[in-house]
Design a protein around this ligand. Sequence first.
Ligand SMILES: [Zn+2]
Length: 121
Amino acid sequence: MKYTCPVCGYSKLTKPPEDYYICPCCGTEFENDDSEVSHAELRDSWLSAGAPWFSQATRPPPYWNPYVQLLRAGYGHKVKTQNTQSSTQELRLAAPVYRSGMTHVYVQSETSSNSRIEARV
Ligand SMILES: [Zn+2]
């Protein structure tokens, strides 16, 4: 049984995201880090730090891409705090059309109200 991290979307957690289990991908310690901070806020922090792989003991999957991972988990459109209607739709379209060769980038706007993941061919 594999579980998906509610912060970063990593889908190979070996335990449920609770009980002080630490996500090897984003480093969230469940029921500690997320006791007073929302998963969306933790996700924003992780993305703002460049979405680094956390664990030294567990290696990232081959060809791991944090932005593709977020899109596949359905979190792409939740990255920004204030969605506009058009960019929300854009991201929902971006996830299903993902294919190898596409590059996904985290775009942080200067107003910070429109940060999002974009797919580029
Ligand atoms: Zn995680």
